[in-house]
Design a protein around this ligand. Structure first.
Ligand SMILES: Cc1cc2nc3c(=O)[nH]c(=O)nc-3n(C[C@H](O)[C@H](O)[C@H](O)COP(=O)(O)OP(=O)(O)OC[C@H]3O[C@@H](n4cnc5c(N)ncnc54)[C@H](O)[C@@H]3O)c2cc1C
Length: 402
């Protein structure tokens, strides 16, 4: 049985950027310290396999969510961004990730995938796909319904305890209780500081005509991002729009998760400017949608999956913006843990990972403001000067460890 406070897909699962991304949710360094470099490589491979796993579920269940796998392109538009891409590539090689899974592309090669106006160099991974997130979430709910899962929408879990979930409508009793509330976890008593609710915001254009798509030359199913500190992530939607997102809006101190934080004029202006800069052929397109949602960022930016067979209580989360793949991994891992199956999933480094809580307010709020402010100003400096902004080092204590 699933109890859902709103409707299925109300959370970021139904409104994300649709990147079925091979990027690991967390930091290689932290996971390596727990499980060694073998475990990190296994984790990385599991994310790649999960992209295909999602594709095969979509196929098998007939979910019409525009799943298309054409890879992920990360673009550098300045020398500092290019340095960051090279550093990521070096680190990937050190962790055993070869050319087949991540490679450097020069500008001419990029042109075969998409005609970007601003690109010095890029990396490409074939292990990524694009989906329409709301259609995926609703399609998965229908698939669950077909195998007899009862889903109660509009039903809030008020208190979660071993073997029971208390709701206003009544109490559910169960041998196993799993909490999968991601950023909303912070609304439960005693959980406020488990994550930093970091808003990510998106816009979408109206559907673009075929001649504009020809000019942009964007291979269908390819997802594209850049290496600004406040990077963009974009997809070409199945119905022919550009949907593009980015971070940059701090949460509100008194009520960290609220609808008012889901739209922000400055982030919208930055994303519109990115469309103009990178895809000038789309310049006249109307922006028809603007929305956002809260990511759950743990103190060390690393996800965790936890299950206690003694109490039957489990939870997973802290995906920091990579939840499409990570939540699939978590669901299957929790199933194995609940059923006591000794699979490869249950020994991955995020199983049983513990993260300390964020500092109490107003410190966490100030950290979120600093992240947005300093990274934004670093981007402007780097775009202007083409030199790396050293001010980012100030944020090292609150950014993902390397
Ligand atoms: C704008 C944006 C873009 C993103 N882009 C990407 C992307 O391209 N690729 C990617 O991998 N990730 C992306 N993410 C992150 C990703 O969407 C999330 O990590 C993922 O969806 C989390 O899934 P979830 O099911 O764990 O949680 P959620 O989708 O947050 O679902 C939690 C559910 O719990 C319900 N709930 C909360 N409290 C209660 C309660 N007390 N009782 C009952 N129900 C409750 C909520 O209503 C919600 O439906 C993005 C996020 C945002 C906001």
């Amino acid at each position: 049985m699933v109890v859902e406070r709103e409707i299925v897909g109300f959370g970021p699962s139904g409104r994300n950027g649709g990147w079925v991304s091979p990027k690991i949710a967390g930091s290689w360094g932290v996971y390596a310290a727990r499980g060694g470099s073998d475990a990190v490589l296994r984790a990385e491979r599991t994310t790649y396999q999960t992209v295909d796993e999602i594709g095969s579920v979509v196929d098998r269940e007939g979910i019409d969510c525009g799943f298309a796998k054409a890879g992920m392109l990360m673009v550098a538009t300045s020398s500092p961004q290019a340095s960051r891409l090279h550093a990521e590539l070096d680190s990937a090689r050190r962790h055993g990730i070869g050319e087949d899974d991540l490679r450097l592309l020069q500008r001419g090669d990029v042109d075969e995938l998409v005609h970007l106006r601003d690109c010095q160099v890029a990396t490409f991974s074939p292990n990524a796909a694009r989906i329409d997130p709301a259609r995926l979430a609703r399609g998965l709910a229908d698939a669950c319904d077909r195998v007899g899962v009862a889903i109660y929408e509009g039903t809030e879990a008020i208190d979660i305890a071993p073997r029971r979930v208390r709701c206003r409508e009544g109490t559910v009793t169960a041998n196993h209780v799993i909490r999968a509330t991601e950023s909303y976890t912070t609304q439960f008593p005693g959980e406020a500081l488990r994550y930093l609710p970091l808003y990510s915001l998106m816009i979408a254009t109206e559907p673009l005509p075929p001649d504009v798509w020809t000019e942009i030359g964007w291979r269908d199913g390819l997802v594209i991002g850049d290496r600004h500190h406040l990077f963009f992530y974009a997809q070409r939607t199945a119905d022919g729009r550009i949907a593009i997102g980015g971070r940059g809006a701090p949460y509100r101190l008194r009520q960290p998760i609220q609808e008012a934080a889901e739209r922000d004029a400055a982030v919208r202006a930055r994303l519109e400017a990115t469309i103009l800069r990178q895809f000038p052929a789309a310049a006249g397109a109307a922006i028809t949608h603007h929305w956002g949602g809260p990511l759950a960022v743990p103190r060390d930016w690393c996800m965790a999956i936890t299950y206690d067979p003694g109490t039957g209580l489990g939870w997973a989360g802290g995906y920091s913006g990579h939840g499409v793949v990570a939540a699939s991994i978590s669901g299957r891992t929790l199933a194995d843990l609940v059923l006591g199956r000794k699979t490869d999933l249950v020994t991955l480094p995020w199983v049983g990972h513990r993260t300390r809580r964020w500092e109490p307010e107003p410190l966490r709020y100030l950290a979120s403001k600093a992240i947005v402010r300093v990274l934004g100003s670093a981007d402007r400096y780097e775009d202007r000067s083409n030199r790396p902004a050293r001010r980012c080092r100030l944020l090292a204590p609150v950014l993902p460890p390397s």
